[in-house]
Design a binder for this molecule. Structure first.
Ligand code: NIG
Ligand code: FE
Length: 412
């Protein structure tokens, strides 16, 4: 054996039947092994047990910490230039996100900053963020474009995201979000920008293999349901699946269209009708909930328990971005999901691991502690129960992070 971790208080397996995701009430149940050891071989999980641990090249004393799979953050805007704390301060004194956007703030503000940044600068700032996220326990991530809004700048963002995937020891999936906002030069020509996305940007993104998925911000003042349908159809021609920003502020009927077009995930879902919830419960499209955005923008939290009651597949992600969710801390999302959305600790942890992996099509290799899965693991400080992870909110509960079976050096 290459590595054995022993003296583990509990292994949180998340899943033991090799299912790609857990839906409805199944989300809240996961197997645990108490007083355990865990053996890793090459970059994979090999075996676990109780009692005497097998011998190994490297042995690690967990000192009563728990072991669980690393978080999978399936929705981020990690590549961006500059920050927007000035907009945050304006919101604190009463302006809304929509009012700030109408004055040229919001996504267009980030687009202006991003276009001015070099590819190297973008890479350096995103790499520093990704390094920090790994130490917060993230072991796979999705990164969107969407702050370029020109062919040149959208491609620049996606190249940076792809390079992060090449240089860092964790899987990075990338998503083309040209349809994030209408840029200034197309503010009176929405059809023209849609044409550019579909006929210019997307073919280039696809031919250079820069994106795994396509996204659309379908919202009043942004892209209509009809725009979204056109973009989904164009993506399908390039064999690209969709992950979509839906129902953040308004419910427009987009969920039904997205599910019937087999979207991989629909994300946000802060404002939902009973019909939207029912449709998701009957679909294999994953409902990705982003509680950090609800906290930061003071908008409603997605109706997690209603979705679970209707048998939906729920994932949790950060939405890490400079405008609506400036935190990439997945453990904090697990806390918010429990405290504000009333998800049980087991539901929240499963949604942030296995179901997050499913939302970026990585659950055959990540998201649970099962034989043969990649050894991307969190070893916590000495802790006794899964409930402690959401309970001790805002604290750094991680002792070590392993990626591909290799212990990452912790900065502090
Ligand atoms: O997911 N909702 C749209 N896009 C981002 C926010 C982008 C921004 O404000 O910069 C989100 O919340
Ligand atoms: Fe987002």
């Amino acid at each position: 054996m290459d590595t054995v971790i022993y003296n583990i208080s509990k292994i949180l397996h998340i899943e033991d039947q090799n299912r790609p995701y857990k839906r409805g009430l199944d989300l809240g149940h996961f197997p645990e092994t108490e007083q355990a050891w865990l053996a890793l071989k090459n970059d994979k999980i090999e075996s676990w047990g109780q009692g005497e641990a097998p011998s190994a090249n490297e042995t690690i004393n967990a000192q009563g910490g728990m072991v669980l799979p690393t978080w999978v953050d399936s929705h981020t805007h990690l590549v961006y230039a500059g920050t927007r704390e000035d907009e945050f301060a304006k919101r604190l004194s009463g302006m809304t996100y929509a009012e700030i956007a109408a004055q040229g703030g919001g996504i267009l503000n980030s687009a202006k900053k991003l276009r001015a940044a070099s590819e190297e600068e973008l890479y350096e700032s995103a790499a520093a963020r990704l390094y920090e996220l790994i130490h917060l326990g993230t072991g796979a991530i999705e990164i969107k474009s969407g702050y370029g809004l020109t062919p040149e700048s959208e491609l620049k963002m996606l190249r940076v995201a792809r390079k992060l995937g090449e240089d860092f020891p964790l899987p990075v999936k990338t998503t083309f979000l040209g349809a994030h906002a209408f840029p200034e030069n197309f503010s009176n020509d929405h059809a023209g920008y849609l044409h550019q996305i579909i006929n210019e940007m997307m073919p280039e993104v696809a031919s250079q293999n820069l994106a795994d998925y396509v996204d659309v911000f379908c919202e009043e003042g942004y892209f209509s349901v009809d725009d979204m349908v056109q973009i989904i159809e164009a993506a399908q021609k390039h064999k690209l699946k969709t992950k979509l920003h839906l129902n953040q502020f308004n419910t427009l009927g987009s969920i039904k269209k997205a599910c019937s077009a087999d979207a991989l995930s629909v994300d946000h879902l802060e404002v939902m009708t009973a019909e939207d919830i029912k449709i998701l419960g009957q679909s294999n499209t994953i409902a990705t909930l982003l509680p950090g955005c609800s906290l930061f923008l003071e908008i409603p939290y997605a109706p997690a328990q209603k979705l679970i009651a209707e048998n939906a597949i729920i994932a949790l992600a950060t939405d890490f971005n400079p405008g609506s969710a400036p935190s990439g801390n997945m453990n904090l999302m697990v806390s918010l999901a429990s405290i504000k959305m009333k998800m049980t600790p087991q539901q929240a942890i499963s949604a942030a691991t296995l179901n997050g992996a499913a939302a970026i099509e990585l659950s055959s290799e990540l998201g649970s502690i099962e034989k043969g899965k990649k050894a991307n693991l969190i070893l916590t400080k000495p802790l006794q129960s899964a409930s402690f992870l959401p309970y001790n909110f805002g604290h750094h509960l991680i002792k070590n992070v392993f990626l591909n079976g290799i212990k990452q050096s912790m900065p502090c």
